[in-house]
Design a protein around this ligand. Structure first.
Ligand SMILES: [Zn+2]
Length: 340
């Protein structure tokens, strides 16, 4: 069925080529369906095991790995690799790659590709996570389908040269199965079992399944959180400039229009979240540089210009950001009250 462009007698789907129903149709990915079924049943059983027979050491160890996995998805995949909101040196990229492998959600390459398509085709049929549907679609169902032939074509056209030039990302892509087994299975399961005297039950259900349940759900919020913290899906950002109102408080709409700000959090926050704080810590340690952000002043000036000139909002704000870049000191992240 996949790859065929035509020949369905169903009136709705009898179409050929670009724009056709069959061309856009997504088949179920049965390995993913099976994984999600296991994830939810065994992960929830892990909560019972957690409270009844898991040692404190295993809980602490698993909690640390859980947080690192989330860091790999949010700061790594989303802010560093998908949107290039800052630059990271090799040791930091290796650290974030290891963290991202701990998330067990596929390679950095595939996650970046999917997220870039999500942004490029936001609120259209081609968006792998949205499709003008609801939170559950973006959060769960979108992950259970293969790409449609149309989406496959779009993925090939996406700009990925920066990712392909990143040796750390390409190393992970090449050795992902091995890295997954070592970092996402053996490390979290074998360590408590062999070194903490944990039961195989606790090691398996808490160390792997419960941890995976948490990380996968938090990781999926990167693509679905706009339903929770954003403006209602029928609201058109161009309806009103008021969505920005200087404070950038309607986070998802801000992120989907201007995704290159390192302070745009994944969970409805702006600048206050742990991801933003970690990027500032990395920058203070000289592991991260060139943190890109958009000040309220630039947003305000850009909006005024858009109103005066009738030009697109994003274009006007980005123009202001460019002008501002020369004025912002390199260490602006250390004194945000003064420069934001
Ligand atoms: Zn994004």
């Amino acid at each position: 069925m996949e790859g065929k462009l035509a020949t369905n007698t169903d009136d709705k789907k009898t179409t050929t080529g670009e724009g056709g129903g069959q061309f856009k149709k997504r088949d179920a990915s049965w390995p993913m369906v099976l994984f999600y079924v296991h994830l939810n049943i065994l992960g929830f059983y892990g909560i019972y095991v957690l409270f009844t027979s898991t040692s404190l050491l295993t809980i602490i160890f698993t909690a640390v790995l859980t947080l690192l996995g989330i860091l790999g998805e949010t700061v790594g995949v989303h802010r560093l690799w998908a949107h290039r909101t800052f630059k990271a040196n090799a040791p930091l990229r290796v650290f974030l790659m290891i963290c991202q492998t701990l998330a067990g959600q596929g390679t950095i390459y595939s996650r970046v590709q999917a997220h870039r398509l999500h942004h490029a085709k936001f609120r259209t049929d081609e968006d792998p996570y949205y499709s003008n549907q609801n939170f559950l679609y973006a959060h769960v169902r979108g992950n259970l389908f293969k790409y449609s032939p149309q989406q496959e074509e779009l993925l090939q056209k996406l700009e990925m040269w920066d990712i392909e030039a990143d040796s750390v990302v390409m190393f992970q892509k090449r050795f992902y199965v091995l890295l997954y087994i070592v970092l996402n299975v053996l490390l979290p399961v074998n360590t408590p079992f062999q070194y903490f005297g944990e039961t195989i039950l606790g090691a398996m259900f808490v160390g792997f399944w419960l941890r995976s349940l948490i990380v996968v759900n938090v990781g999926n919020l990167v693509n679905s959180a706009h339903f929770v913290w954003g403006i209602h899906k029928d609201f058109k950002p161009s309806d009103s400039n008021s969505i920005f109102i200087i404070t950038k408080s309607f986070w998802p709409q801000f992120h989907y229009l201007l995704p290159n700000d390192y302070q745009s959090g994944e969970f409805g926050d702006y600048s206050q979240g742990i991801g933003s704080a970690m990027i500032r810590v990395f920058a203070a340690l000289d592991l991260a540089t060139d943190l890109r952000t958009i000040s309220s002043v630039a947003v305000r000036k850009g909006l005024t210009q858009a109103l005066d000139t009738d030009r697109p909002i994003v274009e006007c704000i980005e123009e202001q950001v460019k002008l501002e870049e020369n004025e912002l000191p390199a260490n602006h992240f250390l004194n945000r009250n003064k420069f934001m």
